[in-house]
Design a protein around this ligand. Structure first.
Ligand SMILES: [Zn+2]
Length: 326
């Protein structure tokens, strides 16, 4: 009898709690090349700025927490190496820019003198300091600003480059070479053996937490082959069919997580101890208990902000052993 394999969880709607996957901006990508439009947006009183300092962003915490500042509220904007056009706030119509701050302003104490703070984006997301709808915009700001900070020289000739098209490319001042923002694809996946799924632990994880295996997609490799290779390398499990379930921007520094599920064709685990300190098969009931926080050994699922949580939830909710319901 045909078996059902879990279907994607983002085909109709993005899960509410999935971090960085909801944006309040229309990127207006077709307007980026219009310098007069970008200049006019910058000059508007309602323009808002996200201040990006490496991995951290400036926010005003509290009941009306925000990462969007008007120019007079954030004099640091004048020290920005680049101002990047992120798009237009769909609700208010205000243009939104990222200000790439120099290293000198990456001093949390310097920004704590008033009601603002410079906070790591992981903490902002994990602790729910801002509405979930703001995180996609912050991921765009953070990933793009990090790219500008780390790609100031032409990779063809070594000369300085300058930002163009609202910050969506850099052009070399010597050879004219054009360079575009990078996104690094990462596969993240559950291997499934009937009623069990495979989760692993890295030493840096919080105590008791197990998560989906993950690894970078390599040049010249398909998503499906990367999924099979990573599971084989990290846990010694062979896999056959692979299905894509959903994706998540992960701006640390500029990745895209590609969530998949893979049908295991072997069951004996042999972990790569450079990558993992443990990997185990978990039944659907155990996985449900980990999500609910009721697992007998105190084992935990990843935070709902991470796509690994939603892969596990999909496995729990959609029994792959049920007959196909066609
Ligand atoms: Zn060059």
């Amino acid at each position: 009898m045909a078996r059902r394999f879990p279907t994607g969880f983002m085909e109709a709607a993005v899960p509410e709690g999935l971090g960085f996957a909801h944006s309040r901006l229309d990127r207006l990508a077709n307007r980026r090349g219009d310098d007069a439009f970008i200049s006019a947006c910058l000059a508007k009183a309602e323009a808002r700025f996200i201040l990006a300092a490496g991995d951290a962003l400036m926010i005003r915490p509290g009941a009306a927490a925000t990462a969007l500042f008007a120019r007079p509220e954030a004099p640091e904007i004048d020290q920005a190496s680049d101002l990047l056009f992120l798009g237009q706030d769909i609700a208010s119509g205000a243009p939104v820019f990222a200000a790439v701050l120099p290293t000198a302003t990456e001093n949390p104490e310097a920004a704590m003198a008033d009601d603002r703070a410079i906070i790591d984006l992981r903490a902002i997301a994990n602790q729910g300091m801002l509405p979930p709808g703001d995180l996609g915009m912050l991921a765009e700001a953070k990933a793009l600003s990090i790219w500008h900070r780390t790609h100031r020289h032409c990779s063809r000739c070594g000369a300085l480059s300058v930002a163009a098209t609202g910050g969506w490319k850099r052009v070399c001042t010597a050879c004219g070479g054009e360079h575009f923002p990078r996104t690094d694809p990462v596969v993240i996946m559950l291997a499934v053996d009937g009623d069990r799924c495979l989760l692993g632990r890295q030493p840096r994880f919080p105590p008791g937490m197990y998560s989906a295996l993950a690894g970078f997609l390599e040049p010249g490799e398909t998503v499906e082959d990367a999924v099979r290779r990573e599971i084989a390398e990290e846990a010694g499990i062979a896999c056959g069919a692979v299905r894509y379930l959903g994706s998540q921007p992960w701006p640390f520094p500029m990745s895209l997580m590609i969530g998949c599920i893979a049908e295991a064709t072997s069951t004996h685990i042999a972990i790569d101890q450079d990558e993992l300190e443990d990997a185990r098969w978990f039944t659907r009931a155990e996985a449900a208990a980990m999500i609910a926080g009721t697992h007998g050994e105190g084992l935990k699922a990843p935070h709902p902000v991470a796509i690994a949580h939603w892969l596990l939830r999909r496995f729990v909710d959609d029994d792959p052993c049920q007959p196909a319901d066609l």
